[in-house]
Design a binder for this molecule. Sequence first.
Ligand SMILES: [Zn+2]
Length: 474
Amino acid sequence: MLDVLLANGAVITVDGENRVFERGYVAVKDGLIAGVGSMEELESDGMPEAKRVMDMNGHAVLPGLVDAHGHGGHCLLKTLGEHYDDEWNEMAVHAYYRCTDTDFWYNEGALAAAERIKFGTTTAVSMVGSDPKIDSVAAVDANLAASSAVGIRQFSGIGFPDGPWPKTAVQYDEEGGAHTLTLSQTDALQNIETCLRTLNGKYPRATCIVAPGRMGRRSNVSEEDTIWQNKEMARLAEEYDVPLHTHAYSGDVKFMYETSPEALSPRISLTHSTGYSDEELEILKETGAWVLHGPTTYSNAMWHCRVMDMLEKGINFAIVTDGTAPDRSYDLWRDMKNIQVVQRYVHQNYGLMPCGTVLRLATIEPARALGIDHLVGSLEVGKKADIITVNVMQPHLAPFRVMPIQRLVSHAMGQDVDNVIVEGEVVMENRRLTRVDEAEILQKAAESFEKMLARLDRTDILENPNLYGLNQYV
Ligand SMILES: [Zn+2]
């Protein structure tokens, strides 16, 4: 007997042949996809028994989205300091290292997972912190625990942050007492390894990964230290067999290739990847390293990711949100649209980035980047049942069963997702989270936000003096 049968939907598989069943089904048993196909086929074989039948007439059924880059913490920092340019990251790092407690990381993690699930993302990656936060194993633990409780498939990362060293952090005990810590690079490495050793396998669907902030040449870390850090990060990712994940910009790929080439392999994902030279594109092609492109990011606005050059060369590539602060959302549907808009305008060619290609870049391709494409990213028999449904019977998406992929990519928003299944379990039904109390998540997140804000003690981050001007940067 099947556990769940999703019947009568427009099923978009994103499989190797990009099959679409206009009136199709997906069968789920023991957390896995047990069947995918057309209703005619199913009916002619005799309808199978299922504990639960979900009538998906009026719905599109597709694989859960995979958002391979975001930041733990950012859901409680969004919009704050939007009017700072260079100073923004410094403010964020200060807030995360000195103004947060373990509850903050749990409550923010739950809020983030809830947001992502409600937008149809079933697999998510979060670098914990803006630049990674290495002072607290408990913060990474809390991020994973909260995500797991909401039901999402979560990858949370810790790795070396930017310099200068040593780092200072303030930690708060349960009575509210504050303790200042100073951490060397060796202390940081120890915390990173403790996270990998103790957190993997601790919570269902939760993986701790290696995620340094950056692995290229920087002004506040010596070249010798950067190379040592890179080699340690590559070693740990290999040893624990987890993804290696970082931000990368112009020159970083060449630097790594020349100094720590073991880091460049299909295991690594390079978020932003803006400003690369032709030589760096060749290195990406040769090594199989992944590019994670955030169409809506600061980095893409400032230095441009060479999206079309990369795709034409066959470089491994996926779309990410880089959510959620200061001005992004975890709605990957927006970024599917934004990559089209940006590339079409940059190249003055409105034909670029057709919808089918874009959908693959938000599902199966990021699953490949995480090394889990044999498990998720498409609707195929034997894979984990990570499935989302979109209510198409709405004015902006109707009529039903007409060009479903284009309808979704061009016109849908995250809020149109109405059911989310992760590993066979319905974690959102008719937009209601099933495992957790959403009102409580919002309430606790607000409490943690207020505490963080009071410790930060900077009201200017809430006031953009140029809100109605032509340039918001002060
Ligand atoms: Zn980022």
